[in-house]
Write a protein that binds this ligand. Structure first.
Ligand SMILES: C[S@@+](CC[C@H](N)C(=O)[O-])C[C@H]1O[C@@H](n2cnc3c(N)ncnc32)[C@H](O)[C@@H]1O
Length: 269
């Protein structure tokens, strides 16, 4: 997340050569003014878009309107030496998770099989394939456009031997073809993580493994968002009689007043 002076737009993201502005208040000045400021500081930015509606719906898309520069929504973003081709109007993409993606890649041990249940255009999957010695990464998404870009990104990053793109609802795909195969399961979709947790467990090998869980949590001042998340996870896993521990949980970012996005590493034994 980047800040603009004067707090006119509280933040913007740069994805490849596209900047996406987020309006902070009703009194925001003309987005063209903010666009001019961004383009004068970030010379690589060719297009400025305004996020006209929040990320929403099953495919986690947002409304975008053109503000300045080339009128386009497609770009190529670079992250930790990997290239990600993406249409920001048709697919979810956030550069804000880049450090989380690398954190996970560093945890992957040689020979592991990884299942990414909500893969988007393949960012976690490809960074893992490039920066670890994983044997396979099964990379699932429900959005046909995202899977199309994922295929292109697999080619761009030459990871065809490791990353398998799979189109569909991850529950169906796992039930059909990925039961008891994984050493590690990624769940980077906070809205569905709790509901899909039993399915993530079913993808793990009988000997167990790791689940990387992402959730949203509301926590008042006296409450701990991480403890609340742990309790919710425990409720689901206890109901399945799954033995587990949560050795790591952290707030990834704040998403609104008293709202947090959390990452939890769950070890199923
Ligand atoms: C928050 S995005 C995460 C994208 C990606 N992991 C990243 O880091 O850019 C969630 C993704 O889950 C996909 N999705 C939503 N419901 C799904 C489901 N039931 N099965 C598989 N994918 C799903 C959406 O299309 C979206 O691309």
């Amino acid at each position: 997340m980047r800040k603009l002076q004067g707090n006119v737009y509280n933040s913007f993201d740069i994805i490849g050569d596209i900047a996406v502005l987020k309006s902070s208040s009703a009194e925001a000045v003309e987005p063209q003014v903010a666009a001019k400021e961004i383009m004068s500081i970030h010379r690589n930015v060719k297009t400025v878009l305004l996020q006209a509606s929040p990320v929403a719906g099953e495919l986690r898309l947002r409304g975008l309107t053109h503000v300045a520069g080339e009128n386009k929504t497609r770009t190529v973003h670079k992250e930790f030496g990997c290239l990600f081709s993406v249409d920001v109007a048709e697919c979810y993409f956030s550069p804000r998770l880049s450090h989380e993606r690398m954190r996970i890649a560093r945890l992957v041990k040689p020979g592991e099989t990884v299942v990414n249940m909500f893969a988007g255009v393949g960012c976690f999957s490809i960074i893992i394939a490039k920066h670890s010695k994983a044997a396979n990464v099964f990379s699932i998404d429900l959005n046909p456009a995202a899977v199309q870009f994922m295929r292109e990104n697999i080619r761009l990053n030459r990871v065809y031997d490791k990353v398998a793109p799979l189109l569909g609802d991850s529950k169906d795909v796992i039930n059909r073809q990925l039961q008891h195969v994984a050493d590690r399961v990624l769940m980077p979709l906070p809205k569905k993580a709790l509901e899909y947790l039993p399915c993530a467990v079913s993808a793990l090998k009988p000997s167990g493994g790791w689940i990387h869980y992402y959730g949203f949590e509301h926590a008042a001042k006296a409450e701990s968002p991480t403890e609340k998340a742990k309790l919710k996870v425990a409720e689901v896993l206890d109901s399945l009689s799954v033995k587990f521990e949560v050795p790591f949980v952290r707030v990834v970012r704040s998403t609104g007043p008293n709202w947090y996005q959390l990452a939890a590493d769950i070890r199923v034994v």
